[in-house]
Each structure stands twice: as structure tokens, then as C-alpha cells.
Design a binder for this molecule. Sequence first.
Ligand code: FAD
Length: 443
Amino acid sequence: MAAPETKVTQQEEPLQDGRAAEAKDAAAEATASLGIEVGDTPYSLALSQDQKDIREWAHGFAEQVVRPAAHEWDEREEFPWPVVQEAAKIGLYGFESIAQFWADPSGLTFPIVNEELFWGDAGIGMSIFGSTLAVAGVYGSGTPEQMAEWIPQCYGDENDVKVGAFCASEPDAGSDVSGYRTTAKYDEGKDEWVINGQRAWATNGGIANVHVVIASVDRELGSRGHAAFVIPPGTKGLEQGAKVKKHGIRASHTADVHLDDCRVPGSCLLGGKEKVDERLAKAREGKSAKGQAAMRTFELSRPTVGAQAVGIARAAYKYALDYAKEREAFGRKIIENQAIAFALADMKTEIDASRLLVHRAAWMGKAGKDFESAEGSMSKLKAGEVAVWVTERAIQILGGNGYSREFPVERMHRDAKIWTIFEGTSEIQRLVISRAISGVHIK
Ligand SMILES: Cc1cc2nc3c(=O)[nH]c(=O)nc-3n(C[C@H](O)[C@H](O)[C@H](O)COP(=O)(O)OP(=O)(O)OC[C@H]3O[C@@H](n4cnc5c(N)ncnc54)[C@H](O)[C@@H]3O)c2cc1C
């Protein structure tokens, strides 16, 4: 079948042969820099009907259930169990829905759903999607049997909603994962692991049904000596420490987790002992490829985290836009001033740029592309910083009202800030990107 006819605007002066070749090279280079190979899947920014339907469905829940509840749960600083249960009832919270979102071969559905939910509210959004951190921990290291056993237990069901927690950070070690002190020792006689240590800042820590804990099984190996463990519900020796009173995402529960001689069966070591022993042996010989694998895992999850930040930024931008079209000062709508209109133009441009980075990285991850320039980190870095900047601009556009708790942009600004801190601070993202693009071990 002949290629469809395309209209091409006539060049006034045809390109000289050399210039045409140069232009072709430049085009190929630009395409490659976007992670797209010519002759690959055709490039399209259009969402499928399925993706649009899921977006509309998630948006409906965010608008009708999440938004109206946002202020109350932020003020209460409590985990919004009834809202999470509502999400479970419609199938937005649960093992099956997460599996369905992940199954999209383009990689875009999960970021799209996250953007909508966090547009509704970030604190409630994190309460609904915080369990995916634990799920990602099981998925990243577990055997198929372990995934089948533990992932559904991170969610429970609509009548008995449960959550999961991922506990890696410690009071003295967040960015510096080689500094973790929590240890796991194997008791061969009982085929049990004994875990001791303190975890800090765990989302859902202490209230979770399933805790996924990172612990060192060989401290001399630094981060290469770490392993991931599932702590089953009701295990003795795991206790919630202090609940953190936070600046933002206050509906989301964040707490320390104490592990005192916490014993778990040998089967709770994610990946199984044989595989982990093999990896440790390789690391001792200096052969480990774990750094690459860990980097890939982070690059895969970061676009989704970025999508959450895009949702917050979009919410604040839209609120400010509507406000600017209504509010009058000096006898005209404030949007009629270029200072306000241009700020909104910049906000919208930055948000759309962030979303494009998020979608590119999500697509690359699903398509199995190499993150040669740490494109996942780029998406999280940009979206997090844009969310902070846009929400601050939104407060400015609302003036005194923007600073008041009666208007939501103040909450959105407090919420946005954590996106430059957790899941790798902005500095750590820059470190990852600069190492990837330079090949130099930047410190
Ligand atoms: C609300 C909330 C929820 C969280 N949820 C979880 C969770 O569920 N599970 C979990 O394990 N953790 C969680 N965390 C912890 C979070 O991931 C860490 O706070 C984060 O990784 C930063 O670590 P840190 O606080 O120890 O800061 P530090 O690592 O001490 O960093 C302090 C500052 O120094 C900078 N810095 C550090 N090293 C470098 C460097 N090499 N180059 C340049 N700058 C550097 C950092 O960027 C930062 O600005 C959560 C934190 C919060 C606040």
C-alpha cells in the first residue's frame, strides 16, 4: 500500500546536498536524544481511548471524593481510611488495579492515574498510592511465589483495607544508603532472620500490614551487602516509633519503625537465600552488577513519582488561572496584567514540559530502553522542582488569599515541597544525571 500523501511546504531554496545530509544527521541525533530509534514504534503523543477512559475515571474520583476531603484530612493529620476504602470500592486501590495499570505496554497508564489522583490531593494521594513503595520492593527483589503471597496483603480488600510500608531510610542515613545500620543475621538452626535497627520516615510505618525492610546482611560490602525482607503482619519485635508531624502531605502517615530482635522465617528474605548468597559472593569478588540493576529500578519508579508532582502543579495552576480571571484590582481582572498572564503562561509551559519528561521516561522504562542519560531521574527532578515553583507562583497570584488556609494553594505548596526531598533529593537526581551523561564519578 502506498504511503499516504502528505502536504509539504515548498522550500523557497532547496537545501544543498551537504546541508541536507547535515540536517538529516541533526534530526537523527535529536531523535536519538529523545530515546527514540528511527524505524521503531511510530512516535505519537496521542493517548489511546483506554488511557483516556482511565484518566477520566481517576479524575472523577479525584474531583468528587478526594478534593472535597482534602482540607479536613490535612487539618486532622490522620490517615484517611474511609477515603482509601472508597478507592478500594471502585477498584482504584487494590492489587488488581495496580496490575492493570502496569500492564499498559506504553507505560503511561500508571503515571496518568497518579497525576489525576494527586491533582485531587497529594496527602490523600500518597495515602492511596504509598503502598506501591512496598509493592515495588517485593516486585523488585521477590520471587514469583513471594510476589503472589505478599503483594495482595499490601492492599487487603474493600471490606478490610490494608496498607504496605517500605522502610529503607534511617535517622542518620537517607541519601547515603551505604550508611544504613539496620542488620539482619541468619539463625541457621531455626531458619530465621533476626533484624535489629531503626528505620526513619517510613510512609505507612507501623500502620502497615506488610513492612518491607532493607537491612544489611554484610556491612563490609556497604550498599551491596543489603537485602530486602518482608515482615509479616503481627510479627513481634516490630513497633512504630514517633509519628512525624509534617509540613505537608499531612494526611499521609509517616513514622519511625523500630526493629528489636525481630525474627522472620527464612522465606521472608526477598529473592531467596541462594540467590542473595550468590549476589553477595559476587560482590565480595568485586563482580557485582547490582549498581546497574538498582539504578534501573529507581529509573523505572521515578517517572511515576514525577507524575504525582505534575498533578499537584496542575491543580495549583488551574486554581490560580480561574482566580486570576475573576479577581479584580485597579478596575480590571488581574489576568489582564501581563505580569499575571505571563506567570500563568510560564506555569503551564513548565507543567507540560514536566509531563513530557515523565511520559518519555515511563515509555522508555516499559519499552526496555537504556536510561543512558538517567531520563527517569530527569523527570522526577524537573517535575518536583516545577511543583514547588508553580505552587509558590499560585500563592503569589492569589495574594493574601493564597497565604490563607481557606484557599487550597497554600496546602498544595506545603505538599509539593516533599517532591524535591523523598525518592531521592533533587541534588541526588542531579548527581545521577551528571554521572550518567559524563561517565565521571561526580561527588
Ligand atoms: C514525608 C516523607 C516520607 C518518606 N517516606 C519514606 C519511605 O516510605 N521510606 C523510606 O525509606 N524513606 C522515606 N522518606 C525518607 C526520604 O527518602 C529521605 O528523607 C531522603 O532520601 C533524604 O534523606 P535525608 O533526609 O537523610 O537527607 P540527607 O541525605 O541527610 O541530605 C540532606 C541534604 O544534603 C544533600 N546531600 C546529601 N548527599 C549529597 C551529595 N552527595 N551531593 C549533594 N548533596 C547531597 C541532600 O540532597 C539534602 O539536601 C520519607 C521522607 C519524608 C520527609
